[in-house]
Design a binder for this molecule. Sequence first.
Ligand code: GDP
Length: 463
Amino acid sequence: MYKKDTIAAISTAVGEGGIGIVRVSGSKAIATVDKIFKSYQQENKKLSEVNTYTAHYGHIVDPETEQVVDEVISLVMKAPKTYTKEDVVEINCHGGVVPLQKILDLVLDVGARLAEPGEFTKRAFLNGRIDLSQAEAIMDVITSKTEAGLEVAMDQLEGGLSNQIDSISQKILELLAHLEASIDFPEDEIEDFDPEELEKRVVEILEEIEDLIATSKKGRIVREGIQTAIIGKPNVGKSSLLNALLRENRAIVTEVPGTTRDVIEEVININGIPLKIIDTAGIREAKNEVEKIGIKKSQKFLERADLVLLVLDAHCGLTAEDKKIIDLAKGKDTIIVVNKTDLEPKLDIEELKEELNMKSIVETSATEGIGINELEEIISEMVFGGQIKSTDQTLITNLRHKEALENAYDNMKKVKETVERDLPADFVTIDLKAALEKLGKITGDTVDEDIIDRIFADFCLGK
Ligand code: GDP
């Protein structure tokens, strides 16, 4: 249910920063902030009397004690041209935990309610400023890990996906309207679709949906990154290789709450592809020989990996242990990294290439920084055939969207079968309607309230 009360939350990240923002939205947003804001220039200036999209310098003052809490700029934005389509005031204060919390407390004391996670964006959706896929894109923009990820999320936010879904829905609607008219008014000489024409149109729609679904693998990688395991017997140079990759690439370190313990996850940006290194902390911190990653651990990492960097030591030659690890990695996208090529080689690369029948072999020296660029090239080549930069195509990045498309596809397939079997028009319309309904779940036109609630609950506070 859409509650129309006035909500507030801290909208900037927790921590110390130059500025922090308390966002207030709702029909009483301006009146609420007026109770605690004192203009600097004009003693009796009321925010409720100012123009929309104006900034006002002043103090936040505790109305009970008259104590000045912080020096702020209040941004007043009036409905409907705001983030939520409601009146919004953003109080820009100093970005510390205490001033932000104190200002939020005061806003709540004088009448606002603490916003639920994602509630600002939810209101933007419920008030019709953006559709559901655009709302989801906002989260993707915030959490994007590479420029390519940002680009794809921005395309979705700007309506790239919504437009495509609308265009497909429109085509289904046209068929539906025509068929329904011929059912309802048979005497009105509404020309029946020639079955061939009908089938042609259905096939076109099927192809469009299929093309979109086909982008989802790329989309998922761009959005979430590719799970990567660096494996190999102890001392081949796994952690040195990771360090070499980290040195050349901006890395984002995030803490992922695990079931038993917190795993540190490092994301390395390789030509726009976020590589998520599995259990990096484990690889990097294993100090003594016993702890170092051997076969058993490699096996565990492998289970979760989409991409495997399998490291061999050129200087020590191929051992039985290496061969076992190579066997383990069978069936995974694997790049063989022959490391320590700065030392005297005891491993014949050409022979290895023939033996393993693998194209993706790269020679490196992790400590000398040799071959790292080649490795990166091979990674991008392997993941996306080298062409990930600047995707001018809309990508499906979200599992929910992919499932809805797959369901719509199934409905359209049934339509095709029905048409082929020359069944009456009302059989066709049932599945056309079902397909439309599935597509509507992406934009939020036909989605259940509890799913909407769940989507926004995944947002953070203040969004
Ligand atoms: P890990 O057990 O596979 O993680 O191996 P480390 O990265 O800890 O490396 C083991 C040893 O090999 C360390 O002393 C590294 O300095 C050394 N090492 C790693 N890569 C190279 C390399 O390319 N050339 C040389 N000469 N030594 C390397």
